[in-house]
Design a protein around this ligand. Structure first.
Ligand SMILES: NC(=O)c1ccc[n+]([C@@H]2O[C@H](COP(=O)([O-])OP(=O)(O)OC[C@H]3O[C@@H](n4cnc5c(N)ncnc54)[C@H](O)[C@@H]3O)[C@@H](O)[C@H]2O)c1
Length: 347
């Protein structure tokens, strides 16, 4: 059987991604890379086969034994590492968000497409079973035209501060969590081309040392560096006339929630709980869908990445999608700073 030998960079979100790759008989986790050797030692014990270890991603990316690289470092390092990988002819799987800026995202997508390697986004919300179920219905046309959507990720006390990448330049609530619901809602709507964005964003908790993960305040020397949005919300207008309201809160005085609501001409739907709303014979018909426990999102997406690499299947979550999502989210943040509507190209 043909196999793909993968190097994993970053021992945080790298772990579930690597485990899913290793669970697939076509994937081999052959090397790990992190600045902290103890994290690699610890994770290596959970893998089925021995791995080599690197602390320098450039050496990892140049290793001829590897076919592909997973990138799971803080946001601002995604593009430098993925660029190094594609320039060495490796396929890449990159965690969200693709980048910390549109310019960097675009540079990577151009290099990846020119190199002819597979470049895919690792998107745990888009690849969750409930999102995939709704996506299949939408693609079959069961919802009709999806002309409006609302998407939100709300936390009560969920500012991550375990690495400074989250709370300093390049991080923020919208790049961290808004990106998940924005990407999934956009995909469920059929990937319409965005035209313009208006939004607000700011910091209301983090710079006061409040709203941190599980109500646990990190040391002041950490939270005093907080310099990003801990909330953002806005509206995206698409060229086909559809609209998307999107919100992300790392901290708030509201109950936690991740939700996507779709308004279609034939049916409406919510993601959490998974429900469909129709009118049948002039009367409302609401259906709650109880999905059997299926595979983990990581298994769904790792399997597709391996399909693309080994069998030439067209990638359904290419880096280019990550770039368009990056354009929308950076436009929302810029609109918050400038108070103006921002035009976007969506390509
Ligand atoms: N559901 C999801 O898809 C999901 C969930 C969590 C995090 N993420 C993403 O994963 C990324 C990392 O977040 P995390 O929670 O895993 O953080 P983390 O701090 O737990 O892990 C990041 C790891 O990267 C390592 N690292 C940093 N710089 C490096 C370098 N130059 N070379 C090699 N390794 C380096 C760190 O030592 C650390 O072990 C973020 O971009 C985040 O948005 C995605």
């Amino acid at each position: 059987m043909k196999q793909v030998r993968v190097g994993i960079v970053g021992m945080g979100i790298g772990r579930p991604n690597a485990q899913a790759i290793a669970r697939d008989p076509r994937g081999v986790v052959a090397a790990l890379c992190d600045l902290v050797p103890e994290r690699m030692d610890d994770f290596a014990k959970a893998l089925p086969a021995p791995v080599r270890q690197f602390t320098d991603y450039k050496k990892l990316c140049a290793d001829p034994d590897l076919d592909a690289i997973f990138v799971g470092t803080p946001n601002q390092l995604h593009v430098p590492i993925a660029l190094e990988a594609v320039r060495n002819g490796k396929h890449v799987l990159v965690t969200k968000p693709l980048s910390d800026s549109l310019a960097a995202a675009r540079k990577l997508v151009e290099a990846q497409e020119a190199a002819g390697v597979v470049g895919m986004m690792s998107l745990s919300t888009r690849y969750a079973n409930n999102t995939r179920y709704l996506g299949a219905l939408a693609q079959k046309g069961d919802l009709g035209e999806v002309y409006y959507a609302r998407a939100r990720s709300v936390r009560r006390a969920g500012i991550p501060a375990w690495n400074l990448g989250f709370i300093t330049k390049g991080g923020g609530a919208f790049r961290d969590m808004g990106v998940h619901v924005l990407d999934s809602a956009w995909w469920l709507m059929g990937l319409p081309k965005p035209a313009s964005v208006v939004g607000v964003a700011g910091m209301k908790f983090g710079q006061r040392g409040q709203g941190y993960w599980d109500f646990t305040q990190p040391p002041k020397e950490t939270w005093s560096k907080f310099a990003v949005d801990d909330y953002g919300g806005g509206f995206i207008r698409f060229e086909n006339g559809a609209g998307l309201q999107v919100e992300s809160f790392w901290a708030s005085h509201m109950p936690g929630e991740v939700q996507i609501e779709l308004f279609g001409t034939e049916a409406g739907a919510t993601l959490n709980p998974l429900k469909l709303f129709r009118t049948v014979g002039g009367a409302p018909q609401d259906v709650t869908v109880n999905l059997p426990k299926g595979p983990e999102p990581w298994d769904n997406l790792a399997g597709h990445w391996l399909d693309c690499i080994l069998d030439g299947v067209q990638c359904e979550a290419p880096l280019r999608h990550g770039m368009v999502v990056q354009e929308m989210l950076e436009a929302l943040l810029r609109s918050g700073e400038t108070g103006k509507e921002v035009r976007v190209k969506g390509e």
